[in-house]
Design a protein around this ligand. Sequence first.
Ligand SMILES: Nc1ncnc2c1ncn2[C@@H]1O[C@H](COP(=O)(O)OP(=O)(O)OP(=O)(O)O)[C@@H](O)[C@H]1O
Length: 309
Amino acid sequence: MTTDGTILVEHLSKSFGPVRAVDDLSFQVSPGRVTGFLGPNGAGKTTTLRMLLGLVRPTSGAATIGGRSYGQIRQPLQTVGAALEAASFHPGRTALDHLRLFTPQAGVPDARAGQVLELVGLSAAANRRVGGFSLGMRQRLALATTLLGDPRVLLLDEPANGLDPEGIRWLRGFLRALAAEGRTVLVSSHVLSEVEQTVDDVVIIARGRLAHASSLAELAGMARVHVRAVSPDAVALAALVERAGWTRSAAADPRVADLLDVDAATVGAAAFAAGVELHELTSRDPGLEGLFLQLVGSVGSAPVAGVAA
Ligand SMILES: Nc1ncnc2c1ncn2[C@@H]1O[C@H](COP(=O)(O)OP(=O)(O)OP(=O)(O)O)[C@@H](O)[C@H]1O
């Protein structure tokens, strides 16, 4: 593991005829962290990963790993391990045979095949035919294949697909351990909830464009609870909000106050003490998934209210 494992995507675009699959996309993925690459179906995730791997030529822009395009990396399988789409395995081959097909390409001895099977917890199935494997076992075998060359960068397309809750828990721990060793781990998913407990950072795309990139903690901070207070007396309501110093987001109706960073009990007590009549007092928690959907929906339309770009 010699080269730096930073992934840099700069003004990357790809058109397939009239379809702009990736549109002026820029983001960075850092070593030592697990990054979720998120977006709905058709957002452009796979196309971006394929450009990073030199499998698709960008229309414009650049995608590099450690400052180099994939084609310039001297020992690619010892630098980048990738599992894109559902891997296809020859059903008649054993897990060990499957891995041994790739050891020469990865430049590692055959014994490495047994080691990576152990890493993913498949040692007991090493000599079983892949045709009889469950989807979860195939996912583990795909992961083992990416690890053959001990790469410092891992690109995994929907690795949690087909795993049961126990498998997902295992995958979380496994990916976290790989990042803790200083590797760059980029994991795609179309739902945030699937990777929420695994990732440090998020890159969210929609319609080929960047919707949001930050740490997960920063994203969680944006999914703040709103309290909605509705009063028939807009003037008294405005005075109450101003006196208390609450942050109010813009609403078309002056009788409605959407307030951030305050709880309903505090608002209710202050309104009661000030004699302000309330007809509604509700708490709304958009949650991370709600915010994710808002961010995705905002691409190509008006920005999400209260969400900084
Ligand atoms: N080879 C291709 N030829 C034509 N269009 C393509 C090709 N590859 C991708 N597309 C289109 O580009 C867009 C982005 O697709 P892509 O597979 O990158 O999205 P995705 O985010 O990976 O989606 P999913 O979660 O469904 O895999 C889609 O509209 C898709 O139909």
